[in-house]
Ligand binder design. Structure first.
Ligand SMILES: *[C@@H]1O[C@H](CO)[C@@H](O)[C@H](O)[C@H]1NC(C)=O
Ligand SMILES: *[C@@H]1O[C@H](CO)[C@@H](O)[C@H](O)[C@H]1NC(C)=O
Ligand SMILES: *[C@@H]1O[C@H](CO)[C@@H](O)[C@H](O)[C@H]1NC(C)=O
Ligand SMILES: *[C@@H]1O[C@H](CO)[C@@H](O)[C@H](O)[C@H]1NC(C)=O
Length: 274
């Protein structure tokens, strides 16, 4: 028995050595092993959750940087454009109206779609945390109204991560093929498409003094695919929950070194253009 444990440990150590130094996969692996001694006996590849491979440090922002990244397409919605206010006009958007909505869209009560709709509605109804603003938009007009309210007379720019391949590999190694470019802005918010019968965006941003940085990063995947990615770096994480997964993945503390992450392809990043 002891021999088996020892053998597993050696196997594990060898595995760690094979992972490229500094890679996040390796960091996750090491953390997992350190925090849970049982995993030393039964190492499992699936403990490295690829979807966490979107976080990185500001020190990683250089030409030639190579790292494994998970680029979700996250196509939560079958629609790629927002409906007009007229089209959504009479459809309620409230978790209290869920039974009516399920009937309206002919969705079975206990189906995964019903659950997803409820999750989206509840998320949209959650009060914002004290240092953030948030809102959901269900139509093009409400999106434009919200951006006007936030940016005023400044015409905003919208950025997205573009996967320039018809044969996208969700998780693979990418290399930064150009020097990352910072997009200077003093205001920003991001919108994520959420599961719903029509396109609904959940948008949120930082309130008060703006401390984020936005970067455009051109990457080339091991399979040859090109990705023009948008990434944000949160320079001040002191107000974040200490249990935030990014801290565990990067091995940093709240208020410690900045946390950067790539944005999935279905996100819209609105910022003040200069
Ligand atoms: C998108 O449409 C397909 C086929 O009509 C359906 O199976 C799927 O559940 C839809 N996805 C969402 C997120 O509504
Ligand atoms: C979701 O993404 C996959 C992969 O990019 C694509 O093949 C598929 O058509 C998309 N589905 C929808 C409903 O947009
Ligand atoms: C990335 O490359 C390293 C070696 O350079 C390899 O061990 C690892 O499995 C690769 N990761 C992915 C996701 O392909
Ligand atoms: C898509 O990419 C995968 C992984 O790189 C490759 O094995 C496959 O042959 C590609 N398929 C096409 C149609 O290009």
């Amino acid at each position: 028995m002891e021999m088996k444990v020892f053998a597993s440990f050696i196997w594990c150590a060898l595995l760690l050595l094979q992972l490229s130094p500094g890679s996040h996969a390796r960091e996750i692996y090491e953390k997992t092993l350190r925090n849970d001694p049982d995993d030393v006996v039964k190492p499992k590849e699936h403990h490295v959750d690829p979807t966490l491979s979107v976080f990185f440090k500001v020190d990683d922002l250089y030409l030639g940087k190579k790292m494994p990244i998970y680029f979700a397409t996250n196509n939560n919605s079958n629609r790629t454009y927002l409906l007009s206010r007229e089209e959504v006009g009479s459809i309620p958007f409230s978790s209290l109206k869920l039974p009516y909505l399920l009937e309206f869209f002919s969705i079975a009560n206990s189906s995964p779609q019903a659950k997803a709709m409820e999750t989206t509605l509840k998320l949209c109804e959650l009060k914002p945390k004290k240092d953030e603003f948030k809102f959901c938009v269900t139509s093009l007009e409400s999106m434009l109204d919200m951006t006007r309210g936030i940016f005023g007379l400044v015409k905003p720019k919208v950025l997205t991560t573009k996967i320039l391949s018809s044969n996208h590999t969700l998780f693979q190694n990418y290399t930064f093929v150009k020097k990352p470019v910072e997009i200077y802005t003093t205001k920003m918010f991001a919108c994520h498409a959420k599961a719903y019968p029509y396109l609904v965006y959940y948008c949120h941003g930082q309130k008060g003094h703006f401390t984020n940085k936005v970067f455009k990063i051109v990457l080339r995947g091991e399979n040859g695919e090109k990705v023009e990615a948008v990434a944000t770096c949160h320079m001040d994480t002191s107000t974040w929950d200490s249990g935030h997964v990014a801290f565990r993945v990067l091995g940093v503390r709240p208020g410690g070194s900045p946390v950067c992450h790539f944005l999935p392809a279905d996100n819209l990043v609105w910022l003040a253009s200069t």
